[in-house]
Ligand binder design. Sequence first.
Ligand SMILES: C=CC1=C(C)c2cc3[nH]c(cc4nc(cc5[nH]c(cc1n2)c(C)c5CCC(=O)O)C(CCC(=O)O)=C4C)c(C)c3C=C
Ligand SMILES: [Fe+2]
Ligand SMILES: [Fe+2]
Length: 353
Amino acid sequence: MNAPVTIDPSTAIGPLPAGHPAVAPKRVGVLLVNLGTPDGTSYWPMRRYLREFLSDKRVIEWPRALWYPILHGIVLNTRPKKSGHAYDQIWNRERGESPLRTFTRAQGEELAERLAGHETIRVDWAMRYGNPSIASRIDALIEQGCERVLCFPLYPQYSASTTATVNDKFFEHLSSLRWMPAVRTVPAYHDDPVYIDALARSIETHLASLDFEPERVVASYHGIPQSYFRKGDPYHCHCQKTSRLLQERLGWPKGRLMTTFQSRFGPEEWLQPYTDKTVEALAKEGVKRIAVLNPGFVSDCLETLEEIAGEAGEIFLHNGGTNFSHIPCLNDSAPGMDVIEHLVRRELRGWVE
Ligand SMILES: C=CC1=C(C)c2cc3[nH]c(cc4nc(cc5[nH]c(cc1n2)c(C)c5CCC(=O)O)C(CCC(=O)O)=C4C)c(C)c3C=C
Ligand SMILES: [Fe+2]
Ligand SMILES: [Fe+2]
């Protein structure tokens, strides 16, 4: 019988017994996770991405027996071409990837720089759907010696269809590991003062750069089906609270900042008022100048660049508006990184001093 190992492998004091696996230094990992992205805009990469995304029960809650025939029989035959065309309008050709991936990488790199004073911290980033996968980046963090990992779903407002599914995927991979790291997840931060202040500063800076003064500013959030809200998803309340705090922080009169919901998918009723219908109605009522921001998106992506900066702008101008401007997401701007850094430092308390 072998003699028991008397050294503490986590501190690696003393020589390891023959055959003992190499012991890495103790580190703390931070994993930023955003929604996802196809690897390319042509049919097959689009189809692979949409298949993974739209097979998620947290995203489409319909019974599988009802949804799968529609998904595989109709959606995956028609949507890849349509979505591929939309991605083509915004694709980052220099890097060969979607803007969401470019911005998420930039956020990861900038956060790593901001935390460089802490030798034990390693920062990485991943996508819930597509690449780099959450599993592959957890493995990479563990390989670097991370025994503790903070998972950061990059969504200010909680929704089961975004925050929860990132955490599901994170825990799914942990369940396959023999030596599981200790973990924490970053909660939604829809009412965090640092986030509200960053949004307000981004609005003020953008409006100051315009050669017109918008009569209305529209805060457009990604929608969810009404049925998810009725089942208890707090997303709608989180969005409303973000808008209220933002309006208070800006010191604007009631009504100047409007809240709307975009990106409907499928036949169900979604959260209202709808963004496209609202900008159309504003133009028809005689409002000439508006600006739109997307407080629920940490990075610009298909839904902000193509659907809002592109389509919503066209709808507004086509119906009588004269000036339309899209206020960029916080992305990797200094105020945006202040938010991410603030939340990560707060959640690492007790793990990193
Ligand atoms: C029932 C379907 C969907 C729900 C619920 C949903 C919720 C939801 N999504 C985001 C953020 C993003 N969604 C993005 C794209 C996107 N979303 C859906 C459907 C649902 N989203 C679809 C079908 C698509 C793809 C669009 C297309 O192919 O035409 C993106 C953009 C990704 C990118 O790479 O640019 C984001 C971000 C939130 C915040 C949310 C609920 C709160
Ligand atoms: Fe979505
Ligand atoms: Fe969209």
